[in-house]
Every structure is written in structure tokens, then in C-alpha cells.
Design a protein around this ligand. Structure first.
Ligand code: IPD
Ligand code: CA
Length: 295
């Protein structure tokens, strides 16, 4: 059923969530079918791979979302609709987050879809969906409501000590962020219970949201990696702290259960402020979400 979007009005969050879930599940099916098959590589760099399946999944997601909301543009890893900069609302899509894992047949990758709505301070995620097709784990969030994992309310961990925490690090693609990640590794490795480097930013965030990880730190992610997962962390009661970096839609981030944020050395050394991603680097202060107490 299609609902043309009036240019001055964002869509209903509930309908947007249903559309995003359906699109994520459809793309997830394609990922599952192809995990162990030979895949067409479109681009190969030292620390990154781009697959034809990334493109196919984004096309499939774009088509599925457009069936319900034909006028909402997509800002995605595999292509950005120019209308997305000026729109009232836009989808932010990472069709396969964890492409290198997926390319090597490692079943740790996800589909990430957020609905962002324009505010006076820039775009803000209102709806977030992250789907791991290999575990059949679906995380969802609507701003102001509790985050859910497979339909059940989910919350961040209650661990308050860094030395008992599992902290996930992201090793990104370019030299700057790789160097920052190495420094974070050296700084954190002796202070935490364990570091984990799993290769999907969206899943690292949702693992924080459901208490599997206590924090996630990465020095150079893109908006599509984090737009859905960041909202899910906040709606699960955690903190999602970003700072804009040079380059379009680039951020450094610390996501955590909120309790250990100040113990993470990275937070002190970068002087990261509580900010939410916005297209022009204008940001808004965010604190620990109270949404887990609402329904
Ligand atoms: C990457 C993954 C990885 C993170 C990188 C991302 P991609 O996304 O999320 O874990 O460290 O910063 O770019 O390329 O697999 O979609
Ligand atoms: Ca990604």
C-alpha cells in the first residue's frame, strides 16, 4: 500500500518502522542466500571491499521502501539521492554493514535502516532498524519508546566498572582512523575485561543496546553505519556520543551503557562532546535516554 509523502510532513513512525523492517528482512534473505557463495567484487582496497551484492541490497531496500513511501529519498552507502539533503525526512541505509566479513563468508553482518527527520538542528533519527540475518536478530527503535530485540524490550548493561566491561573497537578504513584505533587499542586493552573487534559498526551498537557489549568506540564511521544503531542504543537507555570529523557524514563515536562513558580514556583524550550526527556538523547535546521507562 503506498502513501505519498506530503513534502511538509514526515511519515508516521509506526508505518515507517514496519516498512523498514520488511525491507531489512528482504535484504537479509538475499545476504543469507549468498553468504557462502562466490561474490562479485566491484572494488577492492587494502582495508575495504565493495560487492555487487551491496549494490543489489541497496536497490532492493530502496524499492521496498518506495513501495510504501514513494517520496522519501535514500542516503545510502551505495548511493545518495541528491534530494536527501533538503528533504523533510530521509532513509539512511547501510545495505550490508560488515561487508568484509560477509565477503569472506563470516556470518557477522547486518542491514541498517534509519528514518531521519529534519529538525532545526539538523537531521535526527526517529526510527531505527538493524537486522542480523544470520542470527535472525532484529533490533528496532522509535524515538521516545523502548528499544526492542525480536519484539521484546531490550536494555543496556548495568556494569559500572570499565575493568569488568567488554568494549568493542572499530577498525575503519583510512589511515587516520586506523591510527586512532591502534592508540585506543593500546590505551584500553589493559583496562577492560576484553576488547572485541567484530567488523560491523551497526552490530557493535546493537550489541551495546542489548547488553552484550558495554561500549563501542570507533574513530571514523559514516552516518549510514550508525544512524539506526545510535538511536537503538539511546532507546535502550545508553549513551551515544559522536563528534563530526572532516569529510561528509563522518563521525567519531563512543557508545556505551552510559555508566562507563567517563572511564573510557578516549572520551577524555578526544574531548568528545555529547553530540548527535547532523549533515552540517551542527549537533545537539544528548544524554542518557530515559526512553526505557516509556512505552
Ligand atoms: C564498516 C564496518 C566496520 C567499521 C567501518 C565501517 P561496511 O562498514 O561497520 O565495522 O569499522 O568503519 O565502514 O563497509 O562494512 O559497510
Ligand atoms: Ca557500513
Amino acid at each position: 500500500m503506498s502513501q505519498p509523502l506530503l513534502s511538509s510532513r514526515p511519515p508516521s513512525n509506526t508505518r515507517a518502522l514496519a516498512a523498514a523492517v520488511a525491507a531489512a528482512r528482504e535484504a537479509g534473505e538475499l545476504m543469507k542466500k549468498n553468504l557462502s557463495r562466490a561474490k562479485q567484487v566491484n572494488e577492492s582496497h587494502q582495508h575495504d571491499i565493495k560487492l555487487e551484492l551491496d549494490v543489489q541490497c541497496q536497490k532492493l531496500i530502496t524499492r521496498a521502501l518506495a513501495t510504501v513511501f514513494p517520496s522519501i529519498p535514500v542516503l545510502g552507502e551505495e548511493g545518495i539521492d541528491a534530494a536527501s539533503e533538503k528533504a523533510v525526512a530521509r532513509w539512511v541505509v547501510d545495505p550490508i554493514d560488515g561487508t568484509v566479513n560477509f565477503a569472506y563468508g563470516i556470518p557477522h553482518a547486518a542491514v541498517s535502516i534509519a528514518l531521519e527527520v529534519r529538525t532545526e538542528d539538523g537531521f535526527k533519527s526517529e526510527v531505527g532498524v538493524v537486522y542480523d540475518p544470520f542470527m535472525d536478530d532484529l533490533w528496532t527503535a522509535i524515538r521516545g519508546k523502548p528499544a526492542r530485540l525480536n519484539g521484546r524490550i531490550t536494555q543496556v548493561s548495568t556494569r559500572a566498572r570499565l575493568d569488568e566491561s567488554i568494549v568493542s573497537l572499530g577498525f575503519a578504513k583510512n589511515q587516520d582512523s586506523l591510527q586512532a584505533a591502534q592508540a585506543d587499542f593500546l590505551e584500553l586493552t589493559h583496562r577492560v575485561r576484553k576488547l572485541r573487534i567484530m567488523g560491523s559498526a551497526a552490530l557493535a551498537l546493537t550489541y551495546v543496546a542489548c547488553g552484550r557489549f558495554d561500549a563501542y568506540v570507533e574513530a571514523g564511521v559514516r552516518l549510514w553505519d550508525i544512524a539506526a544503531g545510535g538511536l537503538i542504543v539511546e532507546c535502550a537507555g545508553g549513551s551515544f556520543v559522536t563528534h563530526s570529523l572532516p569529510g561528509e557524514h563522518r563521525y567519531g563515536l563512543i557508545a556505551s551503557n552510559g555508566l562507563i562513558h567517563d572511564q573510557i580514556p578516549h572520551a577524555r583524550t578526544t574531548g568528545a562532546k555529547l553530540k548527535s550526527p547532523s549533515p552540517k556538523g551542527k549537533s545537539q547535546t544528548r544524554t542518557r535516554s530515559k526512553s526505557q521507562t516509556q512505552s
